[in-house]
Design a protein around this ligand. Sequence first.
Ligand code: SF4
Length: 383
Amino acid sequence: MRGDDLSVPDITQLFRARGDEVAAVCAASDGLRRDTVGDVVRYVVTRNINYTNVCYFKCRFCAFSKGKLSESLRGRPYDLALDEVARRVAEAWQRGATEVCLQGGIHPDYTGARYLEICRTVRDAAPNIHIHAFSPLEITQGAATLGLSIAGFLERLREAGLGTLPGTAAEVLDDDVRARLCPDKINTAQWLDVIETAHLLGLRTTSTIMFGHLDSYDDWARHLLHLRALQSRTGGITEFVPLPFVHMEAPVYLKGHARKGPSFREAVLMHAVARLALHPLIPHIQTSWVKMGADGAAVALASGANDLGGTLMNESISRAAGTEHGQELPPAEMEAIIRAAGRRPLQRTTLYQPVSAERRRAAFAADPLAPTVETPLARRVHA
Ligand code: SF4
C-alpha cells in the first residue's frame, strides 16, 4: 500500500490467500482504491469490431479464429468488407460511442496496408470517434509485411487516425507459458517492445492478462512485474484489465491440457492483487463484465477495481469461447450495476476524460442495433 516494488514471492503469497486472507487482501485493495481514485466508476461507450475471424496463428486457447476449411467450428469464416466496417462505425457514433475498438484474426492476406485502410475507413465514417485498435501482434505482423520498423508502422497508423492500442495478445507474459499456450505468437520481449515503442511515440495503451489455463501464480506475479517495470519507464498504460480464461470451446481445454479457467476466488484476487502490485503506477483497474458477468464485476468493484470497461455493442471473441454474458451492456445497465455497488457512474472517453452532454444523450437514446453482416470470404474485395 506504500507503493513499494514487490517481489515474485510477495505477489505469489497474495494469490495464495484463502478464506479470511482473501477478504483481507480485497479489503486492503478496496481501501487503496478509495484513497487513490475515489468512488467514481467509469465506463466507455464503444463498439467492438472484429474485422475477420480468419487467422493463421495457432493459439491453443483461441476458439475465435477459423481456418478457411473449419466451418464445422462455431460460425463461418468471415472478413468484413470495408463498407460494413464503415456502417458499423457510423452506427456506433449515432448511438453515442466515443470509441471503436478494432481487433481481429491475422488473416493470411492482410498486410499492414489493410490496417492503414481500416483506420482511414473509420476516420471517414466518423471523423471524431477515437480509434482504439490493433494488438501488439497485429502491429508486429503489419510492420513486417510492409518492411517497416515497429515505430515506423505506428507512425503511419497514427497519421491514418489511430488513437490508442489495446494491450491484448499479452496472455501471460512468460515465455514458458507462451511456448505451451501460443507458441507461434510474439514472445514476451516483443510484446513489451511494441507497447514501449507506442508509449515513446505518445500512443497510450491498455494492459491485460488472460489467466487461469496452464499458468501458475509465479507466472502471474512475473506478468504484473513486467507491466510495473514498463510503466515506471513510460507511464503510457491507461489501465490494467484481468481477462479470466474462458475454457468451454478452447482447444487447449478440450484436449485436456488446461484447467477450466481461474476459480472465482482467483479471478477476484487478480483485481485486488493487481491494484496492490501496480500501485501507484497504474491507477485504473478495469473489470470485464463480459468475462466476469454483472455479479462478478460487482465483486471485483469491491475488491480494487474502479472501471467497468466498454459497452461493446458487439462481442464475438468471448462468445466464441463459450461465455454467456451477452454482447452489449447499454449505458443505463452499466450505471445500474455501478450504483448497485454503491459507487458513482461516469461515462468517460478512452483517455479517462468526461464525455460531452451530447455524447451522453446520444448514448442513452440509442436505437437498437441494425443486424450485422459478416461478409463471407468469397465476397471480399482485396485491397
Ligand atoms: S488469439 Fe488471435 S492470433 Fe491467436 S489464433 Fe486467435 S485470433 Fe489468431
